[in-house]
Design a protein around this ligand. Structure first.
Ligand code: KG4
Ligand code: ZN
Length: 351
């Protein structure tokens, strides 16, 4: 295969990401990755406002692209293929990225690939730790997703084993953060408090781990019951006029989330005879998850791959990485009238 230069564009939420990846016979090499975030504009609302995110993508798109090309010392005419997030995500933000990618594909007369954001969170690890072995398990955890994927070929063959039935892991952290009075997003604040607390202080429930749930929901997650349990515990203390031991609540809550995520994921690895686990998505920054995953993977003889944090949060490199895998595999390009799909199925790598 001749070398190919793949441009990746990500706009599914609040990050405008543009990256360039070179595909060679040896694998995929990241040339540059530039991200502009509108998070600061959403913080005061306590959540992402799609209209604000869309406008921010519209304004950041060309400057972010220009910076990426400059950093890589590449001319736009050298780009061989354009990959863009087609879903899942917020429709308005996705549309801005797709429109830009279509304009580039038409203007440059190059193929366009609409790819899956969540699978991109796993694929980005190939840029860091090399090509995936034949079969890997991927746990993608963020503010929007908590999904367990069996990846036989990241470009063509992904099976969604399970997902959260209610809140995503990061979302649960953000909601518990709010009830503990922490700033948005609460995830990193709870992580910090939890490091000072006792994870065994309070025994919070582990969702979908009871024997009766094993048949139907072995690979699914649920965090809303846990969130409610934390709220009840805090309310009872407040009603009794007692102080809330924030560190212990945070540590016990974080321990429950990390316990369920790692126990279910490792059980799935065993069941499917998989010995490599990739963890991606913004929530993989979480210290309690990282520590417990490392400990339990070592015990189980599973190789654990987690990309550096900047490639776990939303970025263009993940989309360029998946675009590169798709190009390398010879997958047919997407149609230039490709739609965006806010709930794109996780079995669908490309549109
Ligand atoms: O992937 P991401 O940047 O955006 C989404 O696509 O959602 O993930 C952000 C989510 C937020 O919910 C944030 O609170 C959570 O990940 N998060 C953390 C940590 N860092 C980010 N949660 C717990 N501990 C952390 N260290
Ligand atoms: Zn994401």
């Amino acid at each position: 295969m001749a070398d190919a230069l793949v441009l990746g564009i990500e706009t599914s939420c609040d990050e405008t990401g543009v990256a360039l990846v070179r595909v060679t016979d040896e694998g995929s090499e990241l040339l540059t990755d530039v991200v502009a975030s509108s998070m600061d504009e959403h913080a005061r609302f306590g959540g992402i406002i799609p209209e604000i995110a869309s406008r921010a993508h519209l304004e950041a798109m060309v400057p972010t692209l220009t910076r990426a090309l400059e950093q890589a010392d590449v001319d736009l005419s050298q780009v061989d293929a354009v990959a863009v997030t087609a879903g899942p995500g917020l429709v308005g933000p996705l549309t801005v990225g797709a429109a830009a990618a279509k304009a580039l594909a038409v203007g440059l007369d190059r193929p366009l690939y609409g790819v899956n954001h969540v699978i991109g969170h796993a694929a980005v690890d190939e840029l860091v730790h090399g090509a995936f072995p034949e079969r890997v398990m991927a746990l993608v955890v963020s503010g929007g997703h908590s999904s367990l994927l069996l990846v036989d070929d990241v470009a063509t063959d992904v099976t969604e084993l399970g997902h959260t039935l209610d809140d995503a892991a990061g979302e649960a952290f953000d909601k518990v953060g709010r009830l503990l009075g922490l700033p948005y997003p609460g995830g990193p604040h709870i992580d910090r408090l939890a490091r000072e607390g006792d994870p065994t202080a309070i025994r919070f429930p582990r969702g979908l781990t009871a024997a009766k749930d094993q048949a139907r929901h072995a690979d699914d997650f649920s965090f809303s019951g846990l969130k409610t349990a934390v709220a009840r515990w805090v309310e009872a203390r407040q009603d009794a006029g007692q102080e809330i031991p924030l560190n212990d609540v945070a540590a016990s809550f974080a321990a429950a989330v990390a316990d369920v995520l790692t126990a279910k994921t490792i059980a799935a690895c065993r069941r499917h005879d998989v010995d490599t686990l990739v963890i991606g998505g913004g929530f993989s920054a979480n210290s309690q998850l990282r520590e417990l995953a490392a400990e339990r993977c070592a015990e189980a003889g599973i190789t654990l791959r987690i990309p550096p944090i900047r490639y776990c949060t939303d970025n263009g490199a993940m989309i360029a990485a998946l675009g590169a895998a798709v190009v390398r595999r010879g997958v047919a390009p997407s149609s230039l009238d490709l739609p965006v799909d806010s709930s794109m199925p996780l079995t669908q790598v490309t549109v």
